[in-house]
Design a protein around this ligand. Structure first.
Ligand SMILES: Nc1nc2c(c(=O)[nH]1)N[C@H]1C(S)=C(S)[C@@H](COP(=O)(O)OP(=O)(O)OC[C@H]3O[C@@H](n4cnc5c(=O)[nH]c(N)nc54)[C@H](O)[C@@H]3O)O[C@H]1N2
Ligand SMILES: Nc1nc2c(c(=O)[nH]1)N[C@H]1C(S)=C(S)[C@@H](COP(=O)(O)OP(=O)(O)OC[C@H]3O[C@@H](n4cnc5c(=O)[nH]c(N)nc54)[C@H](O)[C@@H]3O)O[C@H]1N2
Ligand code: SF4
Ligand SMILES: [Mo]
Length: 738
C-alpha cells in the first residue's frame, strides 16, 4: 500500500475494525469507504491554489486551510489571469458546496415510484445491467451520454474513452454544444484547427476593442477588469441589440436588429475594401479566398446594411474608420454570435475582418472567441466527443493508430465517424432509437432550448441516469438513477481557460456523504462494466493528465512539455502549445505570430455565405422579439450552485423578471414590477416587468437563470455547428389580470 493510502487508512479507524485490514483495492473501491471520504490534502503553508470552477476566465483562488479544512478564500495575486481579483461567484465558490440538497448517496427509482437511497454497489450493478440490457435489445448505439464543460479535463477524457472505447457508445455530446460549438466549427474551417488565438494581455494592448454579442462586463467581470487596465485609452465598441452594462461603458454602441450581425460585418468588409483600408500584404501572404470574398460583399452597401441592421449609416461608417485608424484592433465575440441560426458564418465574418486588416498574430489583435464554462476548452479538445482525444480526427486512420498505440488498446474499438450532435440525440430518443441516457454535470431540463419538449423526451427513456452534485436539479428530478458527484473543490485535475491556459484545481474539501468524484465514478463504472483492464493505467487524475500530454504531442494543442501539476502551479498555468522541445515554450503567448495557420497550405481561409432571415420572425400574433442570456454577475446558469450562497442571493432578483422598453410598457398599460405574461408558440410564463431603456422597443430580454425562460425558446440550430439559437424568437406580452 502506498504511504498516502496508509495515511488515509489511519484516518479512518472504524473501517479497519469492520472490514479487517484496509487494502488499496478496498480504499479505491466505490462505496461508503471509497475515496470520497478521503480528507483534503495537507499543504505545508496551509494555502491551496486552485483555479475557479465557474467561468472560463480561469481565475486562481487561494483556499486557506486549517487542520485540512478550508476556512477562507481569497483571489490569488501572483496568477497571470486575475492579478489578485475575483468576481462574486469566485469569492463564494466554497459556500455553495455546503447545501442540504447535495447528493450524498445514489438514488434509484423503481418503475414509476419515488427515488430511494441505495448503495453504490446496487447503483452500479443497476447502471450496468440496464444499460447493457438496452444495448442487447436495441443495439450498441441505443445508449448515449450528455456531459459538460464543468468537470476536470482528466474526467472528460476518462468519460469519453470509457463510453466510446469501453462501452461501445457512439452518440456522446455535451453542453459545450449549447455554448462553444460555433466557435470551434468556425475556427476549424477558417484556421484548420479549433484555436482561439489570443492571450488576455491582448485586452490591455489593443487600441480598439470590438465586442460582438458579448456582455463581458457581467459574464466575464475579471476580463472586463483587464480591459479597464488598458493604458491606451482604447475605443471600446459594443455590437449588441441591448444597452448592456458593457455597452454603457463603451465608446461606441451599435444596437443592431437581432441577428443582423452578418449583414453588418459584410457591410464593414465592403467599406474597408472600397476605401483601400485593408492589409494587402497580409492577405496575399497568409490567406486564401479573398478575391471571391471581395466580390461576395459587393452588394452589402452602406445603405442596404443600414436598412437591414436598423443602424444609422454614420455609426457603421464610424466603426469602419475606427478599425482603419487602430494600430492594434482586437475582435471578441461570445453568445450573441454563437447562439444563432447563422452563427458559424457570423463568427467567420468576424475572423474575415481580422484577416483582411492584418489584425491577427500581433499583440493586441485577433479574432477572439471568449469561452463560457471553466473547462469548455478542455471539452473541445479532450472529451472524445466532437473529435478524437487530443483534437484528433476519428476519420483519420493515422490518428486512430496513434491514439490506440498510446492507450494500448485495439484500434478497432475506435469509431471511425462522429456520433450524433446533441439535438439529434434528443431526436433519437423521440424516435425510440436511443433509450438509455447518462447525463453528467449539466441540467438540460432547465437549460435546453424548447424545454417542455425536452422534458417530455427525457420521460420517454427506458433509463435516465443523472450524475450531479445536487439531487434536486430539474433534470435529476426526472432520473431513474442519480449518481452523487463530488464538486469543484472536492477533487484534483486541470481546466483549460479561454486563452488556452491549462490550470490546476485542487481538492480542498471533503465531498459530503458517499459522493464520489466524477473520476472515481467513471473508474468504478469501467470495472463494473468489465472493461477496467483497458483503464488500468488511468488510476489517478495526474496519471490521466500524463496520458493526455502524450496524446497531444505533435498537435496544435501540444502540451507534451508539461510534466506535472506542480509545474503548472509553479508557472501560474501554462498556455498551449507547450511542446516538449524547449524552443517552443513561452509564457503569455498568442497564436499565428508567424502568419502560418493549421490548414494544409498554411493559409487562413475567407468563408462567407448569404444571410438568412430570422427563422421565427415577428407576426401579428407574436409581435416582439425575445432575447435571452446572462442576467447578473452573481448568477450561474441554472442556479444549482449560485442559489446556495446567501451573499450571492442578495445580489440578484429572486423572481424571474423580463426587461421591457418603457414605450412598449406604456402602450400595453404595464406598470413597473407588474406581473406580466410572456408567451411564444411553445409556451408561456409569468414574470415581473422591469422597465428599462436597455432593450429597444419591440424587444424583450429574459435571463436564462430562471427555469421558465426556455419554455419559450424555439428549437432552431446553426446548420454547421448545430448550436441552439437561444437568442431570438417571437413572443407576445399580455398584462395578467390583477
Ligand atoms: N455571471 C455569469 N457569468 C457567466 C455565465 C453565467 O451563467 N453567469 N455563463 C458563462 C457561459 S457558459 C457563457 S457561454 C458566457 C456567455 O457570455 P455572454 O455571451 O457575454 O452572455 P449572454 O448574456 O448570453 O449574451 C451576450 C449578449 O448577446 C446579446 N445578443 C443577443 N442577440 C444578439 C444578436 O443577434 N447580435 C449581437 N451582436 N448580440 C446579441 C445579448 O443581448 C447579450 O447581451 O458567460 C459565462 N459567464
Ligand atoms: N435561454 C437560454 N438558455 C441557455 C443559454 C442562453 O443564453 N439562453 N445559454 C446556454 C449555455 S451557453 C450554456 S453553457 C448552458 C448551461 O446549461 P447547464 O449546463 O444545464 O447549466 P449549469 O447550471 O451550469 O449545469 C451544470 C450542472 O452540473 C452540476 N455540477 C456542477 N459541478 C459538477 C461536478 O463537478 N460534477 C457533476 N457531475 N456535476 C456538477 C450542477 O449542479 C448543475 O446541475 O445553458 C444554455 N442555455
Ligand atoms: S470571473 Fe469567472 S473564473 Fe473569475 S472568479 Fe468569477 S466566475 Fe471565477
Ligand atoms: Mo456557455
Amino acid at each position: 500500500m502506498s504511504t498516502t493510502l496508509a495515511k488515509l487508512a489511519a484516518l479512518i479507524p472504524p473501517l479497519v475494525d469492520r472490514h479487517g485490514p484496509l487494502t488499496e483495492e478496498l480504499l479505491l473501491a466505490p462505496g461508503k469507504f471509497g475515496l470520497g471520504l478521503a480528507p483534503a490534502k495537507s499543504t505545508a503553508d496551509a494555502v491551496a491554489r486552485t483555479v475557479c470552477g465557474f467561468c472560463s476566465t480561469g481565475c486562481c483562488l487561494n483556499v486557506h486551510l486549517q487542520d485540512d479544512e478550508p476556512v477562507a478564500l481569497t483571489p490569488a495575486s501572483g496568477y497571470p489571469v486575475n492579478l489578485g481579483m475575483a468576481c462574486p461567484k469566485g469569492w463564494e465558490a466554497l459556500t455553495v458546496l455546503d447545501a442540504p440538497d447535495r447528493a450524498v448517496t445514489p438514488l434509484l427509482r423503481e418503475r414509476g415510484g419515488v427515488q430511494r437511497a441505495v448503495s453504490w454497489d446496487e447503483a452500479l450493478q443497476t447502471f450496468v445491467a440496464r444499460m447493457k440490457g438496452i444495448q442487447a435489445e436495441h443495439g450498441p448505439e441505443s445508449i448515449a451520454f450528455l456531459s459538460t464543460g464543468q468537470i476536470a479535463t482528466e474526467e472528460m477524457a476518462f468519460l469519453g474513452a470509457l463510453a466510446k472505447f469501453g462501452m461501445g457508445m457512439r452518440h456522446c455530446d455535451s453542453n459545450t454544444r449549447q455554448c462553444m460549438a460555433t466557435a470551434a466549427t468556425a475556427y476549424k474551417e477558417s484556421f484548420g484547427f479549433d484555436a482561439p488565438p489570443y492571450t488576455y494581455a491582448d485586452f490591455e494592448q489593443s487600441d480598439v476593442i470590438v465586442l460582438v454579442g458579448s456582455n463581458l462586463c457581467l459574464a466575464h467581470p475579471i476580463l472586463w477588469q483587464r480591459v479597464m487596465r488598458n493604458p491606451y485609452r482604447p475605443e471600446i465598441v459594443v455590437i449588441d441589440p441591448r444597452t448592456t452594462e458593457t455597452a454603457m461603458a463603451a465608446t461606441q454602441h451599435l444596437p443592431l436588429y437581432p441577428k443582423s450581425d452578418l449583414a453588418l460585418l459584410y457591410g464593414l468588409a465592403r467599406l474597408l475594401i472600397e476605401r483601400g483600408w485593408i492589409d494587402g500584404k497580409y492577405i496575399a501572404a497568409h490567406t486564401e479566398g479573398f478575391d471571391d470574398f471581395a466580390r461576395f460583399v459587393e452588394p452589402y452597401t452602406l445603405e442596404a446594411v443600414a436598412a437591414e441592421t436598423q443602424l444609422p449609416a454614420e455609426s457603421i461608417e464610424r466603426l469602419a474608420r475606427t478599425i482603419h485608424a487602430g494600430a492594434r484592433v482586437s475582435f471578441w465575440w461570445t453568445m450573441g454570435v454563437n447562439q444563432s441560426h447563422q452563427a458559424v458564418r457570423t463568427a467567420q465574418a468576424i475572423i474575415n475582418l481580422a484577416l483582411m486588416t492584418g489584425n491577427i498574430g500581433r499583440p493586441g489583435t485577433g479574432a477572439n472567441s471568449v469561452t463560457g464554462q471553466c473547462n469548455a476548452m478542455g471539452s473541445r479538445l479532450f472529451s472524445n466527443t466532437t473529435n478524437l482525444l487530443g483534437g484528433h480526427d476519428f476519420a483519420n486512420p493515422e490518428h486512430r493508430a496513434k491514439v490506440a498505440g498510446i492507450l494500448d488498446i485495439d484500434e478497432a474499438v475506435i469509431p471511425q465517424k462522429l456520433g450524433r450532435p446533441y439535438h439529434l440525440i434528443v431526436e433519437g430518443i423521440l424516435r425510440g432509437e436511443i433509450r438509455g441516457l447518462w447525463i453528467i454535470g449539466t441540467n438540460p431540463a432547465h437549460s435546453w432550448i424548447n424545454q417542455s419538449m425536452l422534458r417530455d423526451v427525457l420521460d420517454r427513456l427506458d433509463l435516465l441516469v443523472v450524475q450531479d452534485m445536487y439531487h434536486s436539479t430539474e433534470t435529476a428530478q426526472h432520473a431513474d438513477l442519480v449518481l452523487p458527484a463530488a464538486a469543484w473543490g472536492e477533487k484534483d485535475g486541470t481546466l483549460i481557460n479561454s486563452e488556452r491556459r491549462v490550470g490546476v484545481i485542487r481538492k480542498v474539501s471533503r465531498a459530503p456523504g458517499e459522493a464520489l468524484t466524477d473520476f472515481r465514478i467513471f473508474q468504478a463504472i469501467a470495472r463494473y462494466w468489465g472493461c477496467g483492464e483497458m483503464f488500468r493505467a488511468w488510476d489517478s487524475p495526474e496519471a490521466v493528465f500524463r496520458i493526455m500530454t502524450r496524446l497531444s504531442a505533435g498537435q496544435p494543442c501540444d502540451i507534451s512539455g508539461i510534466e506535472s501539476y506542480e509545474q503548472l502551479d509553479a508557472h501560474g498555468g501554462i498556455q498551449w502549445p507547450y511542446a516538449s522541445d524547449a524552443g517552443n515554450q513561452r509564457q503569455e503567448r498568442g497564436l499565428f505570430t508567424d502568419g502560418r495557420y493549421y490548414r494544409p497550405n498554411g493559409r487562413a481561409k475567407f468563408v462567407c455565405e448569404a444571410p438568412r432571415p430570422l427563422p421565427e420572425p415577428t407576426s401579428a400574433e407574436f409581435p416582439m422579439i425575445l432575447l435571452t442570456g446572462r442576467g447578473s454577475a452573481s448568477q450561474w446558469h441554472t442556479q444549482t450552485r449560485t442559489s446556495k450562497s446567501a451573499v450571492l442571493r442578495k445580489l440578484y432578483p429572486a423572481e424571474i423578471y423580463v426587461e421591457i422598453n418603457p414605450a412598449d410598457a406604456q402602450e400595453l398599460g404595464i406598470r413597473p414590477d407588474e406581473l406580466i405574461e410572456v408567451a411564444s408558440q411553445r409556451g408561456q410564463l409569468q414574470a415581473r416587468a422591469f422597465l428599462t431603456l436597455a432593450v429597444r422597443p419591440g424587444q424583450l430580454f429574459l435571463p436564462m437563470h430562471y427555469d421558465a425562460t426556455n419554455r419559450l425558446t424555439d428549437a432552431v440550430f446553426d446548420p454547421y455547428s448545430h448550436q441552439p439559437a437561444y437568442k431570438a424568437c417571437a413572443v407576445r406580452v399580455v398584462r395578467t389580470a390583477t
